[in-house]
Ligand binder design. Structure first.
Ligand SMILES: [Zn+2]
Length: 100
């Protein structure tokens, strides 16, 4: 996996230090990264929160009721540099006919 998360967080800290030089303990962290099991490997993956919905007709009243659901969608590629995120995990997957 690429180092975009680490590099961007370091750049954000530097930007914050320039903006608030008298402050101390500057920190920055990209959110929407979570651990996922890909193949046999636990990896840190970026994801995007999603919200979707549809109108459902209530059978008793006949009224349409809008229902929404929330979820997450994991990226297959780094959203910053475009590097594939599954190739490391795929390299460790057993090949067809090979015992795990
Ligand atoms: Zn990247």
């Amino acid at each position: 996996m690429c180092d975009c998360k680490t590099e961007i967080e370091a750049q954000l800290v530097e930007r914050l230090k320039a903006k608030h030089p008298a402050a101390a303990g500057h920190q920055a962290g990209l959110e929407c990264y979570g651990f996922a099991i890909v193949g046999n490997t636990m990896t840190l993956r970026p994801y995007m929160p999603i919200k979707y919905g549809a109108g459902h007709t209530n059978k008793k009243t006949g009224r349409e009721q809008w229902k929404t659901e929330k979820g997450t969608m994991a990226f297959s590629f780094c959203p910053f540099c475009g590097e594939g995120l599954e190739k490391d995990a795929q390299a460790q997957r057993p090949q067809e006919g090979e015992k795990p």
